[in-house]
Write a protein that binds this ligand. Structure first.
Ligand code: AMP
Length: 450
């Protein structure tokens, strides 16, 4: 319906107001994305997502990780687990809401939901260590900016049921291999150990003791963190605070012996397969349940939000959500959008930004349309990627579509060709044309495509 027709129908509205209702009435919410075919921005481009998800699925399968899918919606209590939960996510970033007597949350991360599923379905009864991976949307009510969104996607892996340092080293190797397969350079792996819960608590006290006299010089955010989650102050990007932190006690001085030995083993293992790393005693994770080994992958060139992935050991998560005892577990979570930003920045998106067709069928005339439908069906059954226009455009217009679709061949069918039982096959690169019997088409194309 055009503007005037709409104005006729809704006489009450002045015509200049109509476009508000007719055109683009709704936009996606800031900090969320539509992902659609051929989008200019790589983070919104279906083809890039498909490519990336294919690589992730393959890499995870190579490492023996099976996909786990949990609901987007969880009980808020799973994420905000009682007092002492002082992370940014819980204190200000949850999309939580009430329905009846229940409070629900759009999951801000996947580790707690996966541990919930592990406990709920008694997956510990399965033999051996459990290896899971996931890809899916997460939600955080953050101020949207480049690399920081309200709905974003995480992929990650969790190894549950072992405290063997080989598990820690394995997830590091997995991430490193993935970056290598994607061709991403300029990444830095930072590692640290947080020690056991006691070591962490002692360190926490020492840090608070050191920072309290500087409280007046800290930002409001850091002052709040000083009483709630002081280790997070170590993440500060504020220069004046970084200067204060230069003489702060380091967690390395407080690490328990077992954790220190484990840490050495992990370093030895990852070095033995040639993975470079930087030790960073200031690296702590925002989430409370991490202990022992912790790590982060950073990349250059995508702005302030340069953390590609983070992870660590979270043995004490299970008892927080109902297990009788700690369950050793290690994992990482990686942002898909940030990975795409890094790929784009390193010019790795171009060749994956569009679909390549094996064949584009061009049909002109009623008999040809029917024949083309049958040819397409036969070719698709033979696993060829086939494109075809469904309107009544001219041959020239359809050839343009074939070109745009990046097709290897065009198959041209007119009513004449149907009568002669032959189609014209055009090699889109050389421009060469050849007449081929319909019965030989599949063989002709498959031979050339392999
Ligand atoms: P976290 O669970 O906070 O450790 O986040 C793990 C990874 O998810 C980060 O390293 C980022 O790559 C990504 N990430 C976290 N929050 C956001 C966000 N708001 N927008 C986009 N990516 C995010």
């Amino acid at each position: 319906m055009d503007r005037r027709a709409v104005a006729e129908r809704y006489r009450l509205f002045p015509i200049f107001l109509i476009p508000i209702f007719v055109k683009n009435s709704f936009q996606n919410i800031e900090g969320t994305f539509d992902i659609y075919p051929g989008a200019q921005r790589a983070t919104e481009c279906t083809e890039i997502w498909s490519y990336l998800e294919g690589i992730i699925d393959e890499m995870m399968a190579n490492y023996g990780y099976s996909e786990i899918r949990t609901p987007t919606l969880e009980h808020t209590g799973l994420i905000a687990r009682g007092v002492g939960q002082t992370t940014d996510i819980v204190s200000k970033e949850m999309f939580a809401f009430e329905r009846g007597n229940h409070s629900y949350v759009l999951r801000p991360e996947m580790t707690a939901p996966i541990m919930r599923a592990y406990l709920q379905h008694h997956l510990d009864q399965n033999p051996g260590v459990q290896r899971y991976y996931y890809i899916g949307p997460c939600f955080r009510a953050e101020r949207p900016q480049k690399g920081r969104y309200r709905q974003f996607h995480q992929f990650g892996a969790e190894v549950i049921g072992t405290d063997d340092p080989r598990a820690d080293a394995e997830v590091i190797a997995l991430m490193t291999d993935l970056y290598q397969v994607l061709g991403i350079g300029d990444t830095t792996l930072k590692i640290n150990t947080l020690g056991n819960a006691e070591a962490r608590a002692t360190y926490r006290d020492a840090l608070v003791g050191y920072l309290t006299p500087f409280a007046e010089q800290l930002t409001q955010i850091s002052r709040d963190r000083l009483s709630q989650n002081p280790l997070r102050i170590l993440d500060t990007k504020v220069e004046a605070e970084r200067v204060i932190l230069e003489n702060a006690p380091l967690i390395t001085e407080y690490i328990d012996e077992e954790s220190a030995i484990n840490y050495e083993s992990i370093k030895r293992l990852i070095s033995s397969v040639g993975i470079p790393f930087v030790e960073d005693p200031m690296l702590v994770r925002g989430l409370d349940y991490y202990s022992h080994f912790t790590f982060e992958f950073e990349v250059k060139g995508i702005g302030a939000q340069n953390a590609l992935a983070g992870g660590g050991r979270y043995d004490s998560l299970a008892p927080e959500i109902g297990a009788k005892a700690a369950i050793p577990a290690i994992g990482f979570a990686a942002g898909v959008e940030r990975l795409i930003l890094a790929m784009e920045n390193q010019d790795l998106c171009k060749e994956h930004g569009s679909v390549k067709y094996d064949v584009w069928i061009i049909a002109v005339g009623d008999m040809a349309h029917e024949k083309a439908f049958q040819v397409a069906s036969q070719m698709r059954k033979s696993h060829l990627r086939v494109g075809m226009e469904l309107g009544h455009r001219s041959m020239k217009a359809q050839l343009r579509l074939a070109n745009r679709a990046n097709s290897t061949f065009a198959i041209i069918i007119g009513d004449q060709e149907v009568k002669a039982d032959r189609a014209t096959v055009k090699d889109m690169e050389t421009g060469q044309e050849q007449e081929v019997f319909f019965s030989d088409l599949v063989e002709r194309i498959t031979k050339s495509s392999t």
